[in-house]
Design a protein around this ligand. Structure first.
Ligand SMILES: NC(=O)C1=CN([C@@H]2O[C@H](COP(=O)(O)OP(=O)(O)OC[C@H]3O[C@@H](n4cnc5c(N)ncnc54)[C@H](OP(=O)(O)O)[C@@H]3O)[C@@H](O)[C@H]2O)C=CC1
Length: 327
């Protein structure tokens, strides 16, 4: 079995790789080649934390995987990340466990890559201003994903704790992102200026007002993954011309703002325009008009992790950098 650590993955596997591998698995899933049973969640209420067990199998690729991801919101205070994960890949021909790899970066990367794919199909081609609401760990790859598919000239950072937005901006620059960034404390101003908005928070309440959205804006919302959480308000749901989701079954169970909207009657799950795969495969249209408001909501699914883990495994095996362990 290959053991692959965070450093090796970050060196070997980039946003463009993840976009390519995710597009392939989105197509395979649409063709019914992917097993994607619902995740099992264990809660640790004393820490307001959870552990998610996420299995999936690619019948065509003859490989199965399970990601175990933990979400411990109090961790940043101890200098540890909120979200941590491992992925185990299993050969579906002989049951051998092929690889065990860390999944913190991979989780951020695949979520950023999905937003990139959605942005590519849904944001206006002339989008220049990206507003980021929530500058925690997930937000970094959200920015990298958008930069991969649009010629962004201005990044506006909004965060509950503005000092953390400043640190996030400096991290972007240190990483080599040349696009100028600024921290904005007036969220209305940041939303009104945006062509694209990325939300990646742990908020239970909407983090911006739909009333501020300008025609033609595209929103990626990756934060809320529990029915009690919400980043986007009812006005946004009502105003959005197209709502696209990563995985319909997943969002029905987990996407707080959509569940809330459906319960309060402003919106219904029947109003979902498409799953992302249907847009990518041309079965449903993406953006059709410049003035449309589009909203991509993702909660994540195990087969997205399987796609990137397979990609990493293939690359690391090819360059011989993983650690081989006899089982
Ligand atoms: N869609 C998907 O596939 C995935 C989604 N996620 C989800 O993404 C979210 C972000 O994760 P991650 O970046 O790792 O978390 P972090 O803890 O690193 O960052 C959380 C961010 O949310 C902000 N925030 C927290 N509470 C509030 C609030 N009440 N109002 C406004 N902002 C708030 C924080 O602000 P501050 O800096 O002030 O603390 C910070 O910017 C989580 O909900 C996570 O579960 C994670 C993995 C995959």
């Amino acid at each position: 079995m290959l053991i692959i650590n965070e450093q090796q993955i970050q060196k070997t596997y980039k946003m463009a790789d993840a976009i390519q591998d995710l597009k392939a698995i989105l197509a395979a899933n649409l063709q019914g080649k992917i097993d994607n049973p619902h995740r099992t969640v264990l809660d640790f209420p004393e820490r307001q934390a959870s552990a998610l067990y996420m299995p999936s199998a690619d019948r065509a690729g003859r490989i199965a995987g399970v990601k175990v991801v933990t979400i411990f919101p109090e961790n940043p205070a101890q200098g540890k990340p909120t979200t941590q994960g491992m992925i185990l890949l299993t050969d579906a021909d002989n049951g051998e466990h092929a690889a065990l790899m860390t999944a913190s970066y991979l989780t951020r990367l695949r979520t950023g890559a999905l937003s990139a794919i959605a942005t590519d199909r849904l944001a206006r081609a002339d989008s220049r201003t990206l507003t980021v609401i929530g500058t925690g760990a997930m937000a970094f790859e959200q920015v990298l994903g958008v930069l991969e598919v649009r010629s962004i000239e201005r990044i506006i950072l909004v965060n509950r704790t503005p000092e953390k937005a400043e640190a996030f901006g400096r991290k972007l620059t240190a990483f080599g992102v040349a696009v100028p960034w600024e921290v904005e404390t007036d969220v209305s101003k940041a939303v009104r200026a945006a062509d694209i908005i990325c939300c990646a928070t742990r908020s239970n309440e909407p983090v911006f007002a739909g009333a501020d959205l300008q025609p033609g804006t595209h929103i990626n919302g990756v934060g809320s993954y529990l029915p009690s959480m919400r980043e986007v308000d009812e006005a946004t749901l009502a105003k959005a011309d197209k709502i696209i989701v990563d995985d319909l079954e997943g969002v029905k169970n987990e996407a707080g703002e959509l569940i809330h909207g459906a319960q309060s009657g402003v919106w219904s799950f029947g109003d979902v325009h498409a799953e992302l795969a249907e847009v990518v495969e041309g079965q449903k249209p993406g953006r059709e008009e410049d003035n449309e408001i589009t909203f991509f909501k993702s909660v994540g699914a195990a087969f997205f992790d399987l796609a990137v883990a397979q990609g990493v495994y293939a690359k690391v095996r090819a360059d011989g950098t993983g650690i081989e362990v006899e089982m």
